[in-house]
Design a protein around this ligand. Structure first.
Ligand SMILES: Nc1ncnc2c1ncn2[C@@H]1O[C@H](COP(=O)(O)OP(=O)(O)OP(=O)(O)O)[C@@H](O)[C@H]1O
Ligand SMILES: CC(=O)N[C@H]1[C@@H]2OC[C@@H](O2)[C@@H](O)[C@@H]1O[C@H](C)C(=O)O
Length: 370
């Protein structure tokens, strides 16, 4: 059934995210008016096959051409499979798959056509969330911070807290929930901390044919090579003031720093590099947060969580400690942002992406209107 998007009130949005680790598509329902979170609904996941992942990998770093078109086809088909079968959905928030991100040069590219999805799903689809922010001088990422602000209110936080997403890339959001709106100066500071799981996955795939370091099993028996860690931290990116963002493969050459090390030592060192870049990033927080709430797949890695606990000056907990779902937070974020776009609300601000002024990015495709 085709529906128009209600202008006010709480709606049920279905968000979808295909992240930088290329594992699959997360989808999740959020109930919201675009300002506050009322509740969360069911979620789902569709994994990419090895062949599909290969097609996506081949598209990384490309801006156009056959590799990009092939990746877009995989992304659209997987999303149509993942987004079907949910009941009473008012609109879909479709992030797509980032293939390339260079906001000050070519821009940012998320593949998958939201208009095609709208026709296939017979639902309004909000998509292309990052382009407007980039064209107004912003980094185009991270975009979850406006949702993190609503999450901080939802969990009734009374002072500053941080959300740390450890996916392929790491990103940190400092939230001050004492302010009324995410757009208020000082309410948000956000940026990509550095590479997170992507280099660990890439190393283990190349050396041992493993997709990732399950439960930190390889890193746990290794020693951190401090010389390599220091060289990594000397990268100019870490000294740059936020907001700032990364492409998945911006640090691909960091694997060269651990080439000579054993599998265990190399994995332990890459894991320590992730933790150390977060610790360095935390120094940008205007006030010490009460807690760092960790979301994304990295929170399942006990070696990484222990390294974070040792190197940060505040408690570090998975977001489940406050009743949120760390596997679905990004999908929920794009459902929430879709409602904000449909209501004409901002999705980023100078503190979250460095954009000149608050902006509401995103394109709305309504089925049957093209
Ligand atoms: N049990 C586990 N032990 C260790 N690492 C894990 C575990 N589960 C997941 N991971 C890591 O988390 C990654 C997936 O994280 P996530 O789904 O948050 O990434 P993403 O959303 O694709 O990335 P991004 O947030 O950068 O877009 C896996 O590729 C793996 O490296
Ligand atoms: C360009 C792009 O897709 N960036 C992603 C990526 O994955 C993590 C990090 O780098 C973050 O900046 C962003 O995703 C999250 C969901 C965001 O926009 O908040």
């Amino acid at each position: 059934m085709r529906k128009a998007i209600a202008k006010t009130g709480v709606v049920r949005a279905l968000g979808a995210m295909s992240g930088t680790s290329l594992d699959g598509v997360d989808v999740a329902v959020v109930e919201t008016d675009g300002l506050t979170i009322v509740g969360f609904g069911p979620s789902g996941y569709q994994a990419y096959s090895d062949v599909e992942r290969g097609v996506l990998r081949a598209g990384l770093g490309h801006w156009h051409g056959a590799e990009v078109e092939a990746a877009a086809e995989v992304v659209e088909a997987k999303h149509i499979a993942a987004l079907g079968g949910f009941e009473d959905i008012d609109l879909v928030g479709f992030h797509g798959q980032t293939l390339a991100h260079a906001p000050r040069q070519q821009g940012t590219l998320q593949v998958g056509n939201g208009a095609a999805l709208a026709e296939a799903l017979e639902l309004p689809v909000v998509w292309d969330f990052r382009s407007d922010d980039v064209s107004m001088g912003g980094e185009g990422a991270p975009l979850a911070p406006f949702f993190h602000f609503a999450c901080a209110k939802y969990i009734k936080a009374t002072g500053p807290i941080c959300f740390l997403n450890l996916g392929g890339v790491g990103n940190l959001t400092y939230v001050d929930p004492r302010l009324d709106s995410p757009e208020a100066p000082g309410a948000l500071l956000a940026f990509d901390t550095g590479p997170a799981n992507a280099p660990i996955n890439d190393l283990l795939q190349a050396r041992l044919g493993l997709a990732f370091d399950k439960d930190g099993g390889v890193a746990s028996s290794g020693e951190v090579e401090t010389g390599a860690l220091e060289l990594f931290l000397a990268e100019p990116y870490f000294a740059r003031m936020p907001p700032k963002s990364l492409d998945r493969n911006d640090f691909a050459e960091m694997i060269d720093l651990v080439t000579e090390l054993s599998d265990a030592d190399a994995t332990a060192t890459l894991t320590a590099m992730c933790a150390a870049s977060v610790a360095q990033g935390m120094e940008h927080c205007p006030e010490p947060p009460a807690v760092v709430l960790v979301t994304g797949g990295g929170r399942h890695n006990p070696v990484l969580m222990q390294m974070l606990a040792v190197s940060l000056d505040c408690p570090v907990k998975p977001v489940e400690a406050v009743g949120l779902d760390g596997d679905m937070l990004e999908a929920q974020a794009f459902g929430f942002l879709a409602v904000r776009v449909a209501r004409g609300l901002a999705t980023s601000c100078p503190g979250s992406t460095g954009v000149r002024a608050c902006v509401g990015g995103g394109v709305i495709s309504v089925p049957g209107t093209d």
